[in-house]
Design a protein around this ligand. Structure first.
Ligand SMILES: [Zn+2]
Ligand SMILES: [Zn+2]
Length: 139
């Protein structure tokens, strides 16, 4: 199976390694592995990699696509596409991370201000993570 996190790699050679205990080497790798955990319903992994309150269960959204906008030393900006009860939408977030005892953890996120992003080029993937080219979607 191809990993949900959009690296194009096989799950076994990508987020599965982290889901089985390997530490992420940077916030972007952790963010991708957490997205994959959302997509695969791995609640215990999500709880193990965040400083927020424990999640009891995930809602019934299906996470269908991840698009990374950019990432820094302790943050990642991304959009993720979801489907639930016949609706689709996009979550766009600026996520913050902190390293504790060698392990990167998700600490908080706020809604991403899309106006702060550089416009994608016309033939690049749209920033809403629809999988369409920007010119055919929000362009
Ligand atoms: Zn992955
Ligand atoms: Zn779009």
């Amino acid at each position: 199976m191809i990993c949900p996190c959009d690296t194009g790699r096989r799950y076994e050679k990508c987020c599965k390694l982290l889901h089985e205990g390997m530490f992420a080497t940077n916030p972007l790798a952790l963010m991708r592995s957490r997205y994959s955990a959302f997509a695969l319903g791995l609640v215990s992994y999500l709880n193990a990699t965040q400083t927020l309150d424990v999640i009891d269960e995930l809602d019934d959204s299906r996470w269908t696509r991840l698009l990374i906008h950019d990432a820094g030393a302790d943050w990642v900006r991304f959009s993720a596409r979801w489907e639930a009860n016949g609706h689709v939408g996009t979550l766009s977030e600026h996520s913050h991370f902190e390293q504790r005892e060698g392990q990167w953890l998700y600490t908080q996120g706020e809604s991403l201000d899309m106006g702060a992003l550089t416009l994608p080029s016309r033939n690049a993937n749209c920033w809403c993570a629809s999988g369409k080219k920007f010119k055919r979607c929000h362009g």
